[in-house]
Ligand binder design. Structure first.
Ligand SMILES: Cc1cc2nc3c(=O)[nH]c(=O)nc-3n(C[C@H](O)[C@H](O)[C@H](O)COP(=O)(O)OP(=O)(O)OC[C@H]3O[C@@H](n4cnc5c(N)ncnc54)[C@H](O)[C@@H]3O)c2cc1C
Length: 748
């Protein structure tokens, strides 16, 4: 989160009440044993890779991910085991061993899970859901994917055997949900695991936290630990700062919480500033379960115990009812046992083993006195493990301590001591979940487990991506200024932009501001500014202007390459231009104009590769037209774009300025005609790309292309006049061209 805000140019300070960074991923070290406190299963490793690559770094240089095999071992109450992981065939074989013939059912489940993934993760996980319209648009897809079913019900449609249904329904528990009620969207985890596997950071999850902190510090983010925030300072309807438990305070331009949103609203923001998230409403939400986690070290090694073992109790539905509905402690617990040394031997001392075991329990809405119950549950868990996987456990315990929902409430600041914030029900997901941009106060944002898309490391990382899309760059981001600039400098596009939906138009204005400013720096000889921008871009450092492009990247998925190419093409122009060949000219046109087409496509919702090629062609065609229009003006600025290879002798700028000789004017005209021919060819290609665009945008692009072609036609008709004079398309002609563009765009 902090990293993504820094990317937008904010000076970021992270305050956290815990002694180490990482939140629930604390690390406890006792008597030679090291324990990761929380997350241990790394799915979606690509999200971490992406985070590092945003800063031009490779995750591998900071932390190594080790492959975990099997992903999980299931130990059932009747002594049967199931190893889940490896190839599809490995898992199918294991399933067939438990229930012959059911492997195929699992294959079909994964196939369906892939379809859920392609919507639920690919399209929705990092999309802002603070507007109800966004939610409404997704309803058909969600219904089609049967997201109204629970995970358990959906799994039951593919697997018949009771033990298999239980095993393949447990995923919601990893993010705090009851499998009997959690929306089946969470079945996407099956595909996620199948496609990317399960990983563990060498040295433990703590090393992953250290890696992220190192990256953050390299980019100037500060961490202030052991600092409890007690209050959000509200001024004129905006979050203006925070007050600490020690009486100190910190003012800010923008406040982003990675904390439990219900707790923040309830305890940190005075109720008079809350109209939606009233205390009553917060109390009525369904909260995820609590966690009992026992960390223990032994003097004995248990080499047969896998890295992740799920120990299923006798009951399943009954246990879930006890946890979520009846809110009582069960005497038949299901457990998750973590033995990291199975993957990374350095995770335990030479002579022993280090573990944690986690039991889902009711959250603090239950009437359980954990001061008393904690030790009893620990003993119950010890007995269960001793009787099954860890014989002699009692005799070889060396280190032992545990956390209960009390600790989650006190040390991790969650309401009702929940392990994962509010539960991932359909009615508490997407728009119904806590919004990443607060509805109550301006300049207040949320990411983390309680927000869209939800708990778990992939969810939390995706929620940070959402916030990056919502927070504008810190420096001047006055939308109306961008718009004014756009309208004053680019009249053709300005008229065309009236057809754009507001949000896309704003993005185009912002993009125009970035490109125009760079262009002005290049034209006005501000080499220092251009070079500084290129260097900041290369080193991924915040930059006043380029942060706007980064914001567009986060929001609309713009690629980095076009901006890199645009700036380097501009830099090349600085020492005068003398293009040698047509190839060189096309490369230049791509750099300064084709790239603009590539940047605008994602804003128009187009990412198809063929369409991008057409967009590039359209940009090149327009630039070729520009070049033919401005030959004289460019020559005055020591720039010759007409390729030398087409002239009898290499032309200097003065050749284009002293055109008394009819011969030279004829030669220049013939070269211009060649370029305009090439432009026409590319306009045709560009026209093919227009069909990829939404219809309103088709009008805009088709019309703009048409205007440029008109300029080319004027030059072709009267080359000599338009050598000394700039070819301009008249207002009425522009309007006249609109009608055919409109009808063609609507009809095709
Ligand atoms: C035992 C356990 C095992 C898990 N296993 C996995 C797993 O294997 N894989 C997986 O993907 N996920 C796992 N998860 C879930 C995952 O760890 C969480 O969903 C994720 O870490 C939540 O991240 P977060 O940033 O939302 O909150 P946190 O990690 O809780 O970070 C928030 C931090 O802000 C601090 N804070 C909150 N309020 C304040 C305040 N007022 N003042 C100061 N500081 C404050 C909190 O104390 C905390 O340190 C596990 C969770 C637990 C508890």
């Amino acid at each position: 989160m902090a990293l993504r805000l820094r990317r937008l140019g904010y000076e970021v300070t992270v305050f956290d009440n815990n002694p180490l960074p990482g939140g629930r991923a604390q690390v406890y070290t006792k008597s030679g044993h090291k324990f990761d406190a929380g997350p241990t299963v790394i799915t979606a490793p690509f999200l971490f890779d992406e985070l590092f690559s945003l800063f031009g770094r490779r995750r591998e240089e900071y932390v190594e991910f080790l492959k975990v095999e099997p992903w999980y071992r299931f130990e059932f109450f009747d002594g049967r085991k199931l190893d889940y992981g490896g190839s599809m065939e490995d898992t199918m074989q294991e399933i067939d061993r438990i229930s012959p013939g059911e492997g195929q059912g699992y294959r079909k489940l994964v196939e369906f899970s892939k379809r859920i993934f392609s919507v639920g993760f690919d399209k929705l996980a990092d999309q802002p859901f603070h507007k109800f319209g966004v939610m409404l648009r997704q309803v058909p897809a969600l219904l089609f994917l049967r997201s109204y079913l629970s995970v358990y019900t959906l799994v039951g449609k593919y697997l018949r055997h009771d033990l298999l249904r239980r095993a393949f329904s447990i995923h919601p528990l990893l993010v705090g949900g009851n499998p009997m009620r959690t929306t089946s969207i969470y079945c996407l985890i099956h595909f996620l695991e199948r496609k990317w596997g399960i990983w563990f950071p060498r040295g433990g999850t703590g090393e992953l936290v250290k890696a992220v902190v190192k990256l953050a510090e390299e980019f100037g983010i500060k961490f202030v630990l052991n600092k409890q925030v007690d209050e959000v300072i509200v001024r004129e309807g905006r979050a203006a700062g925070i007050r600490f438990s020690d009486g100190g305070k910190s003012e800010c331009d923008l406040l982003a919480f990675d904390a439990d949103p219900p707790k923040v609203y309830r305890k940190l923001i005075d109720s008079r500033h809350r109209s939606k998230w009233t205390d009553g409403r917060l109390d009525n939400l369904a909260y995820s379960m609590g966690l009992f986690v026992w960390y223990f070290g032994t003097t004995k090694k248990y080499p047969d115990v896998r890295h992740h073992t799920i120990i299923m109790g006798q009951t399943f539905k009954e246990l879930l009812a006890e946890i979520y509905d009846e809110k009582v402690l069960s005497d038949d617990l299901s457990l998750y046992l973590h033995r990291p040394a199975a993957t990374d031997p350095q995770m335990s001392p030479d002579s022993g083993d280090s573990f944690y075991v986690l039991a889902p329990v009711p959250n603090k809405k239950a009437k359980v006195d954990w001061k008393e119950a904690g030790e009893k549950v620990r003993q119950q868990v010890e007995r269960q493990l001793e009787a099954t996987l860890l014989p002699d456990l009692g005799k070889c315990l060396e280190v032992s301590f545990f956390v209960t929902p009390d600790d989650f409430e006190d040390r991790f600041n969650t309401l009702w001591g929940s392990g994962f914030s509010i539960a991932p029900l359909f009615t508490q997901s997407a728009w119904f979940r806590f919004h990443n941009k607060s509805e109550e106060l301006d300049d207040l944002y949320f990411c983390g487990a309680g927000t869209h898309p939800g708990a778990g490391l992939p969810g939390v990382l995706s929620s940070a991506k959402v916030v990056e899309k919502l927070v504008p760059p810190s420096r001047p981001s006055n939308e109306s200024e961008f718009q004014q600039l756009f309208r004053s400098k680019s009249r053709t596009f300005s008229l065309a932009s009236l057809f754009l939906p507001a949000e896309r138009a704003e993005a185009i204005f912002r993009l125009y501001y970035v490109c125009r400013t760079l262009d002005d720096w290049a034209d006005e000889g501000h080499l220092d500014k251009l070079k500084d921008a290129i260097e900041s871009w290369r080193t991924h450092k915040p930059h006043e202007l380029l942060d706007h492009y980064r914001f567009l990247q986060a929001r609309w998925g713009l690629d980095s390459a076009p901006l890199t190419e645009l700036m380097s093409a501009m830099l090349k122009e600085q020492d005068g231009v003398a293009i040698e060949s047509m190839d060189e000219l096309i490369e230049y046109c791509h750099g300064v104009a084709g790239t603009i087409g590539l940047m605008t496509c994602p804003i128009f919702g187009v990412t198809n590769k063929t369409a991008l090629k057409h967009a590039d062609d359209l940009g090149i065609a327009m630039q070729l037209t520009n070049i033919c229009r401005d030959v004289r003006e460019d020559a005055e600025n020591d720039r010759v774009y007409l390729p030398a290879e087409f002239f009898t002798t290499k032309p200097t700028p003065s050749y284009f300025l002293n055109t008394e000789s009819k011969m030279s004017l004829e030669e220049i005209t013939s070269v211009k005609m060649r370029l305009l021919q090439e432009a026409d060819r590319r306009y045709l290609n560009g026209e093919k790309g227009i069909s990829f665009l939404p219809w309103r945008i088709r009008i805009v692009v088709r019309w703009a292309g048409r205007m440029y072609r008109e300029i080319g036609e004027l030059i072709k008709e009267n080359p000599e006049t338009f050598h000394d004079k700039r070819a301009v398309v008249g207002k009425w002609k522009k309007l006249g061209a609109l009608l055919p563009c409109l009808s063609r765009s609507i009809l095709t």
